[in-house]
Write a protein that binds this ligand. Structure first.
Ligand code: NDP
Length: 335
């Protein structure tokens, strides 16, 4: 069996030596336990936060500990009456080929409903993040303009497509022409702009002639600065992530930060941060709506697969810089 542990806490960008691959004997499940074999490992931006020990909503991974992750696993052996060998489960097995679980927190995945990888993608945590952040906080109405960055990614792609289902215009922001073209042609966004374009602010203004009603914040940085002046009165901003800043070693305020609250006041903006787990009670509604949208082709998804657990660190470092094109997965073992 193999596992990847946190070797050291990164300062700034994570580097290969912050991770260590370890080999060990396949563990044996005890009474009431199951042995899991990982098929799909989900890599997500929040893992950068778990590598640091600064104040956060979650505990950090200890140095020497297995990197945390959501996984899709097969039950290989079971001493737990709730599970039998061959069951496919959604687990938090982390960056490893095998794990022991007492069954708590495992959710069975039905392989006949959708490809099992979607349990950590469009029908899992990222899809639910898009659904709850956009619908519960963003509340887009028909005819309004919704802007989202990281638009080709797991969360952003779903945000724009759900906005369109609700009758809003969806404007994406993504890194580079290929991603922007895909966001328009495959995900059906009304427009998509490249965040590396030095004229982003002017182009965004052109793409949003009626201003911005909902900005689903995934990145911060230059994108947020381009968006902010375009907010309409009563605009909503679900703050989901700030990936442009995850490697920052100190916070730098934009030059207009002092006038931020003036804008919040005069435009009566709603700015609300959220963690997807805040909306656990929306899980049934999410699964019902999203499964139907995926089945009917109203929400499409794109996966970006890296093969082999040993390549997870490189894939993760790439994810923080836009090397992924779609939901970043690692195929750890055969389906
Ligand atoms: P993605 O699949 O979208 O991958 C991350 C993408 O971020 C990259 O592909 C890159 O795309 C983009 N990016 C990286 N750096 C920058 C930058 N400086 N400026 C603009 N874009 C950048 O990841 P997810 O969909 O999984 O996550 C999207 C966001 O949602 C993240 O901020 C994440 O932390 C957050 N999140 C929050 C949750 C919550 O509960 N609050 C839960 C899940 C996710 P590109 O090439 O287009 O630049």
């Amino acid at each position: 069996a193999k596992r990847i542990v946190l070797a050291s806490r990164p300062v700034g960008e994570p580097k290969p030596s912050d991770f260590r691959l370890e080999e060990h004997a396949i563990p044996t499940p005890g009474a009431g336990e199951v042995l899991l074999r990982t098929i799909w490992l989900s890599l997500d931006p929040y893992m950068r936060g778990r590598m640091s020990d600064g104040p956060s909503y979650a505990q950090p991974v200890p140095v020497g500990g297995v990197m945390e992750a959501g996984t899709v696993c097969e039950v290989v052996a079971s001493n737990n009456p709730g599970f039998k060998p061959g069951d496919i489960v959604l687990a938090r097995a982390g960056w490893q080929t095998h794990a022991i679980s007492d069954g708590k927190g495992l959710a069975k995945v039905d392989p006949s409903l959708a490809p099992i990888s979607t349990a950590v993608g469009v029908l899992g945590m990222p899809g639910m993040t898009a659904y709850t952040g956009l619908l519960d906080i963003g509340q887009p109405k028909a005819g309004e303009t919704v802007v989202v960055a990281a638009a080709s990614g797991a969360v952003g792609s779903a945000v724009g497509q759900i906005a369109r289902i609700k009758g809003a215009r969806a404007i994406g922001i993504a890194g580079g022409k290929d991603k922007c073209d895909y966001v328009k042609s495959e995900f059906g966004f009304d427009d998509c702009l490249d965040h590396r374009d030095p004229d982003l602010a002017a182009k965004l203004k052109e793409a949003c002639p009626k201003g911005i009603d909902v900005y689903f914040e995934n990145v911060g940085g230059a994108v947020f600065e381009a968006v902010f002046p375009l907010f309409n009165n009563f605009a909503r901003m679900p703050v989901c992530g700030r990936i442009a800043h995850y490697n920052d070693t100190q916070a730098v305020a934009p030059k207009w930060a002092g006038s931020l609250m003036q804008h919040v006041l005069t435009k009566r903006l709603t700015i609300r941060g959220f963690i997807v787990s805040d909306f656990a009670d929306r899980r049934d509604a999410f699964l019902k709506d999203m499964s139907a949208w995926v089945r009917d082709g109203k929400v499409k998804y794109k996966e970006f697969v890296t093969d082999g657990l040993e390549n997870a660190p490189t894939a993760f470092m790439g994810l923080l810089k836009g090397a992924n094109f779609g939901k970043q997965l690692v195929r750890v073992g055969p389906d």
